[in-house]
Each structure stands twice: as C-alpha cells, then as structure tokens.
Design a protein around this ligand. Structure first.
Ligand code: KIV
Ligand code: ZN
Length: 505
C-alpha cells in the first residue's frame, strides 16, 4: 500500500477564511493537536503577510518537531528570504512558493508573460534551495491553465530543485474526471516528474474539493492538501478528515494508507471549530453532530440488529465520545479527572482545579452532565485564563414593560474591581454598553449567535460573537447556562483579544 502525505493548511489557507483570525497561542494549540493527529506537514502560515503570522510561524517552527513545518511565500526573492527567517528554526523546514500559471491570472492580475512567470518561478525556487532542500512549488489556478504550459513550468521548477510540485484547483472549478486527467497528464508529460512529489490542493466552490482530491490520488498524486473541517477561502478547502476516512474506509478501493491517528480526528475538529469560531454543520461528513445518528425507525432497527446495516464507520474510530449521560452532582474529583482523561484532556493542577469548580457549579444547575457539557466547560476555563478583564458579577432586568438595564462588575488588569451600569434596547445591548463604559475600546459588533450545547431547557448556551476594530475581526466565545452571562463572557473574550493585539503593536 502506498502512503499518502497529509499536508495540513488549516493555519494558512484555513485562517484565510473571512473572520477566522487566530492569535499566536491559538495557532500553537492547533499545531500541537495537528502533531498529535499525525499530519506529515503543517503549513504554519504566510509570514510575509503580517508580523503576527511571522511570529506564529517562528514559534511553531521552534516547538513542533515531528511534522515538516512549511511556510507559504510569494514568488519574490525578498519574500523568500523573509520566509526563511520565520521557518529556519524548524527541525524539518520547507518553503512553499506560489505563483499563478493561468492566462486569466497572468493577463488580468499579474500582467506578465508566460516566459516571465517561468523565470520568476525558477529564480525563487533557486533562492529557496540556498536555504533548504525541501521546496514546494504551486502553480496557482493550475486547473484553468493550458496543460502544456503546466508541464513546461513543472519541468523547469523540478530541474531547478523543487521537491514537491502542487497542482491546485484554486477556484474550485474542476470536475473530478477532468482534474484526474490533468494529474495523469502531468505524470505522462513532465519528463522529470519522478524526481518530485506530486501534490494536489482543491477548493470547494462547487462542493467537489474532496472528490477532486480523491480522484487525483487514484491517478497517482501522493500528497494531498486540505484543512480540518474544510475551512478556508470562500467555500473552503478539501476537508482533510473526509479524505483520510475515505482512504481508510475504502482501502479496498484506493489501496492507500496515511500516518494519521484517526482517533484524534474528532478532538482536532472540535478544537479548530472552537478557536476559529466556525461551527461544524450538523450534517457534515465524519465530524458533524448527526454524522453517526440514526433517526428513522427503519435505520435504528437495522443498527440495533447489526451496526453495519447502516453504519460504514465506527464513531470510535474518529474518537467521537459516546453521548451517554456521564456525571452529576455527586461525582467527585477522581471521577471528573478520569472522565477528562477519557475525553483526551490532560490539564495542569491549576487548570484542573478551576475546571472542577466550574463543573460543580454547573452540576448544581444541571443534574445530568454530558461529554459535550464538559468540553464546553473546559473550553470556557481555558479561554479565561490569560484574559486581562474578567467577568465578576452581572445583573440584568428586562421584559416587555421595563427598560432593559444591566449592572456589571469586572476584574481589571491589576485585579481592581470596576463597576458600572447601562440601559439598552435589550438585555444583551445593555450588558455590552455597560462593558463598553468600563473597558472603553471602540469596536463594531458584526456577528452574534447563540446555540445550545445539548438538548434540554437546562442546557449550556454557547455564544459566538465577532467584533471589528480598525479593519480587524476578533472572535469571542462564552458559555454558561444563562445566555446573557454567556453573551457577556463572549464579549469580554473578544475585547481581551483586541486589547492583546493592541498591546503588541
Ligand atoms: O488555492 C491555492 O491555489 C493556494 C496555493 C497557495 C496553493 O492556496
Ligand atoms: Zn488554497
């Protein structure tokens, strides 16, 4: 069986998704989890685009040792030099150069000839080779490029030293058979193709990113690029968990393997969703909440008699926790600790103490606590640890007669107590205005959503908000059984991220 190299670009193309900005700590946390998942390559960022990305790549390169750490760069000599500075601390560094190849991009966007593109590609690959052996070249918009030109370009960059050539369907335009033919064409018509790894990178504009990627693997590509949960530019990238599970579930068809520990998929998906603020749709293949739920009587009957009647994968194989009721008011520290370990958490003593206190408070309000409750609670605790402002107390009055009013008490940067109150058009508006009076940072609220973690009137409510300040979007999340408290926590979380960013610059 041939091994497929899994190239994860959640931290680069995934982060390019509108509103998906991550801070350095969050990027590191995702990178650590990607390492545990077993991806072969982490594309850690696009360092020339921002000082924040440069720093994040540097930190990931220093800390994450098992996978290759790759950085994306424009085909420009100075950008290659700068990208190397970001990634040079990695144990296994890689520089990834991207340049458009389609006539549409050349004519309308770059205003360059094919010969000029060829020259820029080779000179930048040669520059990267001065620093590192592992150099990837991507012919952007390859699926809309004249195939003869692709062959010529790939031959030239391989001759110059590119060790991987990537064929992206940048705008998600290709059909599976057509994309497969392009890959086959590359193998047949690029004379030195045996000296490079052939990679594919598909976008999901027509919902075909996974299908196109799998078709390319069938036709000989051995590296596939994608993101967790399929996040990314526009309609996103190929969803890595779908590709990995397709390869594993249909080994009889593909005869391929990967180095992924599939039991880490669910945890990785939850973490990416949590930190980017992009929820996973319930019917999403592999990691959606309904992916292993059988609701029709006929299906349930079949599954009870024999799982394989309607289930092609075992939810345990992706590490999805059982949705049974687990803990309650009488559960002690030991049971809680063991349960956390079963869910894959290993918390420091201080984090554990805080999580246990929060668990006990929750158990007073909610008799039956599920795995999803615990995940939400741990996420909430982790979020608040490094915050500058903390919510201390909150009280609102609202209804159809009175004027919504909020009184709020925060703990400030030096541990000082700050209190104020405000009126609003509704309780959340009043809370946000009261917080604004205390924190005093101007911003615009661009998104607000509430969802419940589990069924039931006593469920934890999770609030996701996005605020914008000086053109930058900050995500905030908060969880509580009281959705007004969750809204306040989410807003404080977003403000803390904004303030942390302001402090850096
Ligand atoms: O979609 C694309 O073409 C890319 C390249 C950088 C590989 O993201
Ligand atoms: Zn892309």
């Amino acid at each position: 069986m041939d091994k497929v190299t899994i190239f994860d670009t959640t931290l680069r193309d995934g982060e390019q998704a509108a509103g998906g900005t991550l801070n350095i700590q969050e990027k590191l946390e995702i990178a650590r989890q990607l390492e545990t998942l077993g991806v072969d390559i982490i594309e850690a960022g696009f360092p020339v685009t921002s000082p924040g990305d440069f720093e994040a790549v540097k930190r990931i390169a220093q800390e994450i040792r098992t996978p290759v750490i790759c950085v994306l760069t424009h085909a420009n000599l100075a950008a290659v030099d700068q990208s190397w500075e970001a990634v040079k601390g990695a144990k296994q560094p890689c520089i990834h150069i991207v340049l458009s190849s389609s006539d549409t991009h050349l004519f309308y966007q770059l205003r360059k000839s094919r010969d000029e593109i060829l020259e820029m590609s080779c000179s930048t690959v040669a520059r990267a080779k001065k620093y590192v052996n592992n150099v990837e070249f991507s012919a952007m918009d390859a699926s809309r490029t004249d195939p003869e030109y692709i062959y010529q370009l790939l031959k030239a960059v391989i001759d110059t030293g590119a060790t991987t050539v990537n064929i992206p369907d940048t705008v998600g335009y290709a059909m599976p058979d057509e994309f497969g033919q392009l890959i086959e064409g590359v193998f047949k018509n690029v004379p030195n193709i045996d000296q490079a790894m052939v990679s594919v990178h598909c976008h999901n504009d027509l919902g075909l990113a996974v299908a196109n990627s799998l078709e390319a693997l069938k036709r000989g590509a051995r590296q596939v690029e994608g993101t967790i949960n399929g996040i990314g530019e526009r309609a996103g990238n190929a969803s890595l968990e779908e590709i990995i599970m397709a390869i594993q579930t249909r080994q009889d068809f593909y005869n391929l393997t990967t180095s992924i520990d599939t039991k880490q998929i669910y945890k990785t998906s939850r973490l990416v969703s949590e930190l980017t603020g992009f929820p996973v749709q319930p019917n999403k293949a592999i990691v959606g909440a309904n992916a292993f739920r059988h609701s029709s009587g006929l299906h349930q009957d079949g599954v009870i008699k024999m799982r394989g009647t309607f289930e092609i994968m075992d939810p345990k194989s992706i590490g999805m926790p059982a949705s049974s009721l687990v803990l309650g008011k009488t559960s002690g520290r030991h049971g809680f600790r063991e349960h956390l370990a079963e869910l894959g958490y290993s918390l420091s003593e201080a984090d554990f103490d805080r999580a246990f206190t929060a668990f006990k408070e929750l158990a007073d309000k909610k008799p039956e606590i599920t795995d999803r409750d615990i995940e939400s609670l741990v996420a909430e605790e982790k979020r608040t640890v490094s915050q500058v402002y903390h919510l201390d107390r909150l009280q609102v009055t609202c209804g159809d007669r009175g004027i919504p009013t909020a009184a709020i008490r925060l703990i400030g940067p030096e541990g000082q107590i700050l209190a104020d109150a405000s009126l609003g058009t509704g309780p959340v508006d009043a809370v946000y205005k009261a917080i604004n009076r205390l924190v005093g940072v101007s911003n615009t609220l661009t998104e607000f959503s509430v969802k419940s973690v589990t069924e039931g009137i006593d469920a934890i409510g999770e609030v996701l908000i996005r605020i914008e300040s000086e053109g930058i979007t900050y995500t905030g999340r908060g969880a509580d059984t009281d959705i007004i408290v969750a809204s306040a926590k989410a807003y404080i979380n977003a403000l803390n991220r904004l303030l942390a960013d302001n402090q850096k610059s």
